[in-house]
Design a protein around this ligand. Structure first.
Ligand code: GLU
Length: 427
């Protein structure tokens, strides 16, 4: 049988189920996505030709509220991937106690090959195709890999055109001028930073003594690298899809960000820019970065980076999963046996959807918050849920991942059981 991301994701659920006492109804419900939509999106290209793109939207579970999750544009998008991402969103929203279920969307393409006009027609075409499947009280898309506020703005606008009224709460991660929330763009990184700060207090580890390697230099990875650099951590390695750089004494992250913005990639900018002459650096591949001897490893790119093939070579003491699904279930067991603490994606990267929730609340109330208000609430939530998961892990002697699933399952279970279970009907 071919490898399925969704069945791999489901193994985390099976493991956590051993530690909760919930009705079998809950388990049965959570094993399958509620609804999966596949659509063809015809797009008129700039040269006049017509291309048809394949798109998906999956609503995994809505027991706790309307479903929520991003839309990714990537050449590797498949229905299986979108279903597992929707599964993770279900647990992520429950971990943060957001009144949402989980969903995800995607279009299979390389967005770098499309012009802005083509991207706009594609984004609007996607909304035309899924308009009956989404809505502020049904399912709310947001940004994910290779999608951004401009694309969210087009999607919200298209939905409003279809409905013949302005409906900002149908999509989050919009430009501020179209009803976006302050702090949404940096929320994933900020949320991860709050988790890391909370976790490090339990290990009595100060930033200055802590070395960090980050795989992925997109919206989440680059902002987090800078937050950690400014807090005094030694960020010794960063990479993007082209490769990365390593400097034992630490990298100058703000310079790398500045140079990357105006150039082609981390390796090129770092070695052609002024910092190159002042810091002894080495080029490394993405695979080498994962295996560095550092305190903290942060996979912030795509899923399935740490697998049975390389888990044994991971030397970090702590892994914080900023990407969705960077570690598969076979690797979980190996990392656990090595005593590596893995802080799971459904907690670590939940800052993005948490501020999406704040955006949805602001859109619905028509009252907008200051950046301080957003960040204060985010810090409070991320810190509190990290502490709860830490306490569950201690109490049950389980990994932090299993603890996070137990925590989410208890909340999901309450919602599913509240509608009635077998015991209620047959007793
Ligand atoms: N794509 C982000 C995630 O995976 C954010 C989802 C959202 O804001 O709804 O968590």
């Amino acid at each position: 049988m071919s490898y399925s991301l969704l069945s791999d994701a489901n193994q985390r659920l099976e493991k956590a189920l051993r530690y909760v006492s919930l009705s079998d109804d809950v388990t049965e419900r959570l094993r399958y996505p509620k609804a999966s939509l596949s659509v063809s999106i015809p797009v008129r290209m700039d040269d006049g030709s017509l291309r048809v793109f394949q798109g998906y939207r999956v609503r995994y579970d809505d027991s706790r509220g309307p479903t929520k999750g991003g839309v990714r544009f990537h050449p590797h998008v498949t229905l299986d991937e979108v279903q597992s991402l929707a599964f993770w969103m279900t647990f992520k929203c429950a971990v943060l106690n957001l009144p949402f279920g989980g969903a995800k969307g995607g279009i299979t393409l390389n967005p770098k090959e499309l012009s802005k006009f083509e991207l706009e027609r594609l984004s609007r075409g996607y909304v035309d195709a899924i308009a009956d499947f989404i809505g502020p009280d049904i399912d709310i898309p947001a940004p994910d890999v290779y999608t951004n506020p401009m694309i969210m703005g087009w999607m919200m606008d298209q939905y409003s055109i279809i409905q013949r009224k302005i409906i900002p709460a149908v999509v989050t991660g919009k430009p501020i001028s179209m009803g976006g929330s302050l702090g949404r763009e940096t929320a994933t990184a900020m949320g991860a930073f709050f988790v890391i700060q909370t976790a490090m207090t339990h290990f009595s580890q100060s930033p200055a003594q802590t070395t960090v390697a980050i795989q992925g230099f997109g919206n989440a990875g680059a902002v987090l690298a800078e937050l950690m650099f400014r807090a005094g951590y030694q960020v010794v390695a960063v990479s993007d899809s082209q490769g990365g750089v390593y400097a034992k004494q630490g990298l100058d992250i703000p310079s790398i960000r500045r140079l990357k913005d105006s150039s082609r990639g981390i390796r090129a900018v770092y070695c052609e820019g002024s910092v190159c002459s002042t810091v002894e650096h080495a080029s490394i591949t993405n695979e080498e970065l994962l295996e560095l001897d550092v305190d903290i490893l942060i996979p912030a790119a795509l899923e399935n980076q740490i697998t049975a093939e390389n888990a044994d070579k991971i030397r970090a003491r702590y892994v914080f999963e900023v990407a969705n699904g960077p570690t598969n279930s076979a690797a979980d067991a190996i990392l656990e046996a090595k005593g590596i603490h893995v802080f799971p994606d459904i907690l670590v990267n939940a800052g993005g959807v948490t501020v999406s929730y704040y955006e949805w609340v602001q859109n619905r109330s028509g009252f907008y918050w200051s950046l301080d208000e957003v960040n204060r609430r985010l810090e409070q939530s991320m810190t509190a849920e990290t502490e709860k998961i830490w306490a569950i892990a201690q109490e049950l002697s389980v990994s932090l991942r299993t603890a996070a699933y137990v925590h989410a399952l208890n909340r999901l279970g309450d919602a599913i059981q509240a509608k009635g279970t077998q015991d209620y009907y047959v007793s």
